[in-house]
Ligand binder design. Structure first.
Ligand code: GFB
Length: 311
């Protein structure tokens, strides 16, 4: 990928796509192609074919997807499997037909079995049953990985698949029902502080462990891998560190400056107990994350207050 290469960022408005776009612009990539989902519905095969026919990008970052937290996944399984299968099928197939030089497909750490050995290595994929709360999404992502590997084998394409851990940062979704835990906690503690409330409820038991990677670090990994990684095998991207949900809540509470109590809502699901990634493969290639979690939460909270001044 050269500085003048035509680069299509599918999903450039989302958490990951917007971070990739920011990073590419910072690094001087000047020929970026983007379309909002209103301008181009990637679930529509004809629209997607026409777009690729007209634009013929050299490289594609496939960050367009239907994503969400544990409740969104549990509530809308059909939407999650349908939208993600159709988007990836259309984009990967058109990228092949129109001769895209390299495509980076974004998976997720939830593709690994619920009880995979921790930390989870790339080899653990498909070694056991999935976590039920997000199995439809995981199956769609596993299908996308398999598509990339199959096109590489049959057609000699260079479609790489990366598996990020739980992500957070500027541009995240802060809706309390559909979001992931970290943005939800930022909003909950912030609103409780502003309203002078004495307690904040978090979902589940607080005991599950999660790994959190700042989306700007992920964007750096996407650029790094687009430039240096050409293997069909999946590659994990994370921090190699995990916290319990309760420890995370305490960190967010401190960053926000909320002084009340944290209470648990056991009626909400815990999801998978752990999903820590083994990142030795990407580390061996020379990539390292930069944000530590506390500083990343501070950075995200500053962005949140600027973006939602009236919350
Ligand atoms: O981030 P999260 O929604 O998704 O939930 P997963 C992580 C943990 O945080 C769960 C707890 O144990 C939740 O019960 N939690 C506590 C909360 N309070 C809250 C809250 O207010 N909101 C939310 N959302 N969670 C997702 C998958 O799993 O991981 C997606 O469903 C994707 O498909 C994503 O793979 C990366 O980490 O459990």
């Amino acid at each position: 990928m050269e500085l003048t290469s035509k680069i299509y960022i599918a999903g450039h408005k989302g958490l990951v796509g917007s971070a990739i776009k920011r990073r590419l612009e910072q690094e001087g990539y000047s020929n970026l192609v983007t379309r909002t989902s209103r301008q181009l519905d990637l679930r529509d095969q004809r629209q997607t074919a026409r777009f690729f026919e007209r634009e013929r990008p050299d490289c594609v970052f496939l960050a367009a997807a239907r994503v969400g937290g544990i409740m969104a996944n549990s509530t809308y399984p059909a939407d999650f499997i349908y939208d993600n299968l159709v988007i990836e099928t259309n984009v990967i197939h058109q990228a092949f037909l129109k001769g895209v030089g390299k495509l980076l497909f974004l998976g997720s750490s939830c593709i690994y079995p619920r009880h995979a050995p921790q930390p989870m290595q790339e080899e653990h994929l498909l070694s056991g049953p999935l976590e039920p709360t997000n199995a439809p999404y995981a199956v769609a992502k596993i299908a996308g990985i398999t598509m990339c590997q199959s096109y590489n084998r049959q057609h000699g394409t260079r479609f790489i698949s990366i598996m990020p851990t739980n992500l957070y940062g500027p541009g995240d979704n802060f809706d309390l029902e559909s979001s992931h835990v970290l943005p939800a906690l930022i909003r909950k503690f912030h609103e409780a502080k502003i309203a002078g409330r004495r307690r904040v409820e978090i979902w589940g038991s607080g005991t599950p462990r999660r790994e959190f990677l700042h989306v700007d670090d992920l964007a750096g990994a996407c650029l790094f891998l687009m430039l240096h990684y050409n293997d069909s095998e999946i590659i994990n991207v994370g921090t190699g560190k995990e916290v319990t949900i309760l420890e995370l809540a305490e960190m967010v509470k401190t960053v926000v400056g909320f002084e009340g109590k944290i209470e648990l809502d056991p009626t909400r699901p815990d999801g998978t107990p752990r999903k820590l990634l083994d990142i030795s493969r990407i580390r061996a290639l020379g990539w390292e994350p930069h944000y530590d979690l506390y500083r990343g939460i501070e950075h995200t909270y500053r962005w949140f207050k600027k973006r939602y001044p009236n919350l």
